[in-house]
Design a protein around this ligand. Structure first.
Ligand code: PHE
Ligand code: NA
Length: 495
């Protein structure tokens, strides 16, 4: 059977951009920029984008297109010994997909709440006590299952399932062609209104005012580097799967460049949006902006609802904001689930419908662990280990495999042959030296930190089982699957 293909170039780019632009752009990037030197953060961020993001994206698009397979297929075609790396990436994607859907579920709930600002004035108490019903819980003491969190998660799963079930062209591409323009329009409408609010410019000033002293801080560089892989969805099976559906005549380099630039441009736009709102909020409450800024889930579900209370036409701007969050999240979720589904299809020679049903079914059941009183804590813990340990390790190993253990110059020649413009030797330098060195430093630092200090005050037992144990299990499962045979299907490659 012939591998599925994207219907158009725009369809592929919208799908890739849909994966890249996600919750991370909206709530992670603005806060990181603010924390790490404001305007000066753009220097390390652009450096990471140029030396890691663009070369990595070109490399993944090239490998996926040339070797025509999901991540495990790509790595096993490079060398059968490397198939485990593909499965490690698939398991990272699956894990992210299982908790990411919880956040989309919260956003769906908040979309509903936003029409009447049902969250009241104490948005902190509303989120943690009334909505999540977080009590004396922990990641290993989850409390009870919560229907009101489960239902929006079911809605999110249903949309993802429908898109992945229908396939590359009829499902994912179609969904992206609706979702991405919708997202851009919503964000433009939001920005158009909020940048005119009093105080908005002070907010932007805070975001963009450069603190150059931070450039000497290694933490800032590591934050920029860590963010770039997550935000671009590279290094965990997604972009390999998407590019494996590229028709033979497709460009690689230009598509990769556009995907990276649109994603990073969107991050900056999201920063403008969020900080305009925060600046307005600070002005309304006669506070300093530092008193209203928060990071992570608190930004989207505590601070912004409080800010929306103060906005003009909150019953329009609130729903717009949360719908944007939902759409950005869903298009990323579709890409994660597709990466997992494609790998199972390739390995077991299974029809798409069956693989999608199995993946979404199992994913759905496991994700219900997050629809509990302690779901947020479990999510926080797993997310920390996945992002700071597993994901970065996977990117580093991929760079070593592609940069050192196979012939990277062949891959560069291949992408240049099929592309509208060529990339020079610098790409190989970035993939072999700059990115792996940066990553090795960051990972070492993260490991030392986590071993010494743990994370978030969680119990040692929880860190060992749900953190270290989970990451180790992903590697072990990958190695076990690597030792099983793959049916000789779809083994064609492009020359
Ligand atoms: N790129 C996404 C973001 O910035 C991250 C992501 C994509 C996470 C796909 C999971 C799956 O939010
Ligand atoms: Na992103």
């Amino acid at each position: 059977m012939k591998r599925e293909q994207w219907g158009s170039r725009a369809g592929f780019i919208l799908a890739a951009v849909g994966s890249a632009i996600g919750l991370g752009n909206i709530w992670r990037f603005p806060y990181m920029a603010y924390e790490n030197g404001g305007g000066a953060f753009f220097i390390p961020y652009l450096f990471a984008m140029l030396t890691a993001g663009i070369p990595f994206m070109i490399m993944e698009f090239g490998l996926g297109k040339k070797l025509r397979g999901s991540s495990p297929v790509v790595f096993s075609k490079l060398n059968t010994k490397f198939e485990w790396l593909g499965w490690f990436q698939v398991l990272i994607a699956a894990t992210i997909g299982i908790y990411y859907v919880a956040v989309i579920g919260w956003a769906i709930s908040y979309f509903g709440f936003s029409f009447g600002q049902d969250w009241g004035t104490d948005t902190n108490a509303f989120f943690f006590s009334d909505y999540l019903k977080l009590g004396e819980n922990s990641p290993t003491n989850l409390g009870d299952w919560q229907w009101h969190i489960a239902i929006p998660m079911i809605i999110a799963w249903a949309i993802t399932y429908a898109a992945v079930y229908r396939g590359v062209k009829g499902g994912i591409e179609k969904a992206s062609k609706i979702m991405m323009p919708l997202l851009f329009i919503m964000v433009i409408l939001l920005i158009g209104r909020v940048v005119m609010l009093p105080g908005a410019l002070d907010g932007l000033n805070y975001l963009f005012a450069p603190d150059f002293s931070k450039l000497l801080d290694a933490k800032v560089w590591s934050a920029a580097y860590g963010q770039i892989f997550f935000t671009l969805s590279v290094g965990f099976a997604i972009m390999l799967a998407y590019s494996s559906y590229l028709p033979e005549k497709s460009d690689v380099n230009n598509n990769a460049l556009m995907t990276v630039l649109i994603n990073c441009g969107f991050s900056i736009v999201a920063g403008v949006l969020i900080f305009s709102i925060l600046g307005y909020m600070a002005a309304e409450q006669s506070k300093g902006i530092t008193d209203v800024v928060s990071g992570g889930v608190g930004l989207a579900f505590v601070t912004l609802p409080a800010a929306i209370n103060l906005l003009p036409i909150p019953y329009i701007l609130g729903p717009l904001f949360f719908l944007a969050l939902v759409v950005a999240g869903l298009s990323s979720h579709i890409s994660i689930i597709e990466a997992v589904t494609a790998s199972i299809m390739d390995k077991l020679n299974l029809a798409r419908e069956k693989a999608a049903t199995a993946v979404c079914g199992v994913g759905f059941v496991v994700s219900m662990a997050f629809a509990t009183n302690g779901g947020l804590l479990l999510l926080d813990l797993v997310d920390y280990f996945v992002n700071n340990v597993a994901l970065l390790a996977s990117c580093l190993i991929e760079l070593i495999v592609v940069g050192w253990l196979v012939k990277l110059s062949d891959i560069r020649q291949y992408v240049n042959r099929v592309s509208e413009f060529s990339v020079g030797q610098w790409m190989e330098v970035c993939i072999r030296f700059v990115s792996p060195i940066m990553l090795a430093v960051i990972i070492t630092k993260n490991l030392i930190n986590t071993v010494n200090e743990g994370y978030g005050g969680y119990a040692q037992f929880e860190l060992i089982t749900l953190g270290w144990g989970l990451v180790a299990a992903m590697v072990v499962v990958g190695i076990i699957v690597n030792s099983t045979t793959t049916p000789a299907r779809d083994m064609e490659t492009e020359s």
